[in-house]
Design a protein around this ligand. Structure first.
Ligand SMILES: NC(=O)c1ccc[n+]([C@@H]2O[C@H](COP(=O)([O-])OP(=O)(O)OC[C@H]3O[C@@H](n4cnc5c(N)ncnc54)[C@H](OP(=O)(O)O)[C@@H]3O)[C@@H](O)[C@H]2O)c1
Length: 262
């Protein structure tokens, strides 16, 4: 778990799971590129916290909907650190719509920000990992396989990234780079508001009731899995998307044994 001397890039590190991941990788010794799109102050705060512990950290802006900004992000990584050891593809963006309301521009933007951007970024990351034991970690989501209202588009993009994770993993393994993913259940972040469709309390109650562990995930629950996948201990894991969801995707109508069972 010692990441001293490693350089990590975490997308969407201004808040939520990405923020917790950037902080944990920094705590474990990595220098960190804290990527953000709009939350500049928050991203600078994350970078400052990491830098305060003696690591190098920079906040870098890029809109993943713009390929030229993705190029500029990796050019900045090269200029600042010269190479890359860890790339965490965490940022996500979509339009939450029922299937019938999906329009071509919703598909184009969501696939650009989540799928095209991942391919472009992973290619750039691989180039910066040449000759190093690199780690790429993708962040998926439980609705790839379970229905969540208005989530069809992002779920399908995440499913594509899970498949790309497996394909890249096979091609990257001989080069010494492992590629894996993590698939969280419901995690207590600001984006819960988007899933909750106007009633956060009802959503939190339903998600908690559906999770055998009896609580929502915290960003740190997911960050620890990502940090593990970035460590030497995970060197033999190739192309897997690890489910870290407190049991959410195992359950049907009952998340716990009914009360009348011993
Ligand atoms: N929260 C959950 O319950 C949950 C569950 C399963 C999976 N996940 C996945 O976990 C990851 C993190 O989720 P989260 O809830 O912590 O945060 P989130 O709200 O899904 O993502 C926020 C991050 O993505 C960045 N971002 C958004 N649009 C962008 C764009 N066009 N270009 C570049 N960056 C962009 C944001 O940057 P700015 O703030 O700077 O704009 C922010 O840092 C996502 O992939 C999400 O799908 C979350």
């Amino acid at each position: 778990m010692d990441l001293r001397g490693k350089v990590a890039l975490v997308t969407g590190a201004s808040r939520g799971i990405g923020r917790a991941t950037a902080l944990l990788l920094g705590e474990r010794g990595a220098d960190v590129v804290v990527h953000y799109k709009t939350s500049e102050e928050a991203a600078r705060g994350v970078a400052a916290t990491i830098a305060a512990s003696g690591r190098r950290a920079v906040a870098v802006r890029a809109d993943l909907e713009r390929p030229e900004e993705i190029d500029a992000l990796f050019a900045r990584v090269r200029e600042t650190f010269g190479a890359l050891d860890i790339f965490v593809a965490n940022a996500a963006a979509t339009a939450f719509r029922p299937f019938a309301a999906l329009r071509p521009h919703h598909l184009a933007r969501t696939y650009q920000a989540n799928v095209f951007a991942f391919v472009q970024a992973a290619q750039a990351a691989m180039a910066l990992m040449a000759g190093r034991r690199g780690r790429i970690v993708t962040v998926s989501s439980f609705p790839t396989a379970r229905y969540l209202p208005d989530y069809a588009l992002l779920a399908s993009a995440k499913a594509a990234v899970e498949t790309l994770t497996r394909y890249l993993a096979v091609e990257a393994a001989p080069l010494g780079v492992t590629v894996n993913g993590v698939s969280p259940g419901v995690v207590a972040t600001e984006s819960i508001g988007a899933y909750a469709r106007g009633d956060d309390a009802a959503f939190v109650e339903a998600a908690t009731a559906a999770t055998p562990m009896g609580r929502l995930g915290q960003p740190e629950d997911i960050a620890r899995v990502i940090a593990f996948l970035c460590s030497d201990d995970a060197a033999w894991i190739v192309g897997q998307t690890i489910v870290a969801d407190g049991g959410l995707t195992l359950t049907g109508p009952y998340a716990r044994p009914p009360a009348d069972r011993p």
